[in-house]
Design a protein around this ligand. Sequence first.
Ligand code: UDP
Length: 236
Amino acid sequence: MLEKKEQLYEGKAKKVFATNDPEIVIVSYKDDATAFNGVKKGTIVGKGVVNNRMSNYLMEKLEKEGIPTHYVKELNERETAVKKVSIVPLEVIVRNIAAGSLSKRLGLPEGTPMKRTVLEYCYKCDALDDPMVNEYHILAMEYCTEQELKTIADMALKINAYLVKYFASINVELVDFKLEFGKTTDGKIVLADEISPDTCRFWDATTHEKLDKDRFRRDMGGVEDAYKEMMKRVLG
Ligand code: UDP
């Protein structure tokens, strides 16, 4: 029987607790929302439940596709047991359609389809505002090994191929998203963190209405309804 022990860490959107099993931690999803590296703060009522349940559902599907993840077991609507990993300090961004910072950087109107999938990496460091880095920086700084980086890139592209098809089946365009990977105690790279409206851009495929955290970032209103709508489409 898994027992919840002391809190190990509190992040912007989740808390992490130790358990009686040294290989397992419990993540607890909060309704707290932040944007622009914590400059904008708020609450999205029910977000923790949506993100927990959606992320777990998708990780279970990815596991069935042969993608190893940190997911172990959903404990309740906000809490999940996951494998204890050391997080590779990279945000791996996958882009199918131009939006957000890519649109700004390259002067591409939001909604421009990318002719092939774009992968970007940012070094996870709040003090530096998560700077974008390339493969050379990653290897020179030893954020991970060359083999690990290859595994991460291959996994990110496989995850994208699966998720694009899956979301299309519920009439959602997967515009872009952010992944994080961890290393288990036996050195295996697994998908970690979450896949949710906090970390993905979801557009309704027919109306192109935004169904994700951009509604919070951009003060568009209808934030809770967008999260609920995504939960309904994914979990029925
Ligand atoms: N993203 C994220 N966490 C971050 C930065 C980005 O989950 O700290 C996600 C974001 O939700 C979007 C994708 O990564 O789906 C690409 O984000 P972008 O680089 O365009 O940054 P943004 O415009 O969100 O600042």
